[in-house]
Design a protein around this ligand. Sequence first.
Ligand code: COA
Ligand code: NAP
Length: 272
Amino acid sequence: MDIMFDFTDRTVVVFGGTSGINYAIAEAFGRRGARVAVASRKQDNVDAALERLRRLGITAAGFMADVRDVAAVEAAFESVATSWGPIDVLVSGAAGNFLAEANQLSANGFKAVVDIDLLGTFHVMRQGFSRLASGASVINITAPQADIPMRYQAHVCAAKAGVDQLTRVLALEWGAHGIRVNAISPGPIEGTEGLARLSPAGDPAGSTVLKFAPLGRLGTKQDVAQLAMFLASSAAGYISGAVIPCDGGGAIDSVKPGIEEAGRAMARLSFR
Ligand code: COA
Ligand code: NAP
């Protein structure tokens, strides 16, 4: 049986919440009664997200705020707090990614991703803290790259590893305030910018990744949104400092494809 979530009269803020996975999280909370604020860099994206949310009858606010700009992050929080009061659920999911060999990556290229993913998350946490309701749930969106070293993603691996540790440290420091801090690590999620950027050229839908998915399917934005709602709900009241994969088991599948094929052949032999 599905869990029935109810976030009526709760305030939810999603940084990087105007598209993809993060927008889906914002919409999911809104569909279950929450007031939702989304923030990102581009006014067009903010406007489009607001229109979608409001068309669904969701009470919504939008802010143009680059998470690298601490003053813009602060202004967004101030506006939410003034209009709606304390924040019950804070999601930090703004991120940037592109494939580049470490030797080809400029200092500014490395810095751009670390500044968005890691420093940006710190800004959201640091500026958000004083506006959180007692008992608030904070959710950072990380990635498998935090644990699994991946070629051509030195910048992302370093940044997301930092996001995981920031999550854990804040869970320790903020626990005394009754605030839980967790992270979600999505696997390959269909129909997203992230998947398109990491799939081989000519395969933006991720069929190459699909071949190796233990559950035989890619993730959906709803899969991630459901987990976010669970983490924000009272059902997760004793969960803090956790980095939870939402990846169909992908991150634990460490056997390389060639070895997997050899193993399958051996297994068939043993059944003769
Ligand atoms: N390969 C190598 N370097 C790259 C690159 C690529 N594909 N794309 C950008 N860079 C470098 C740029 O050359 C620049 O370095 P330089 O000044 O030494 O030339 C640096 O990264 C910053 O680029 P810029 O375009 O100014 O950054 P930005 O702040 O406008 O955009 C990005 C940030 C680069 C992360 C951009 O990809 C982005 O906006 N991403 C958001 C969407 C996204 O990635 N979604 C998926 C989330 S998983
Ligand atoms: P996406 O659609 O590109 O979402 C990124 C969002 O962040 C956009 O709304 C973007 O809007 C915003 N953003 C980017 N840079 C920003 C900045 N500097 N300041 C504020 N907002 C910024 O990508 P996605 O694939 O859904 O990814 C969402 C999250 O999931 C990311 O944290 C990503 O690392 C994580 N993830 C995704 C996958 C996947 O398969 N897609 C897998 C693992 C982890 P603007 O352009 O308007 O700023």
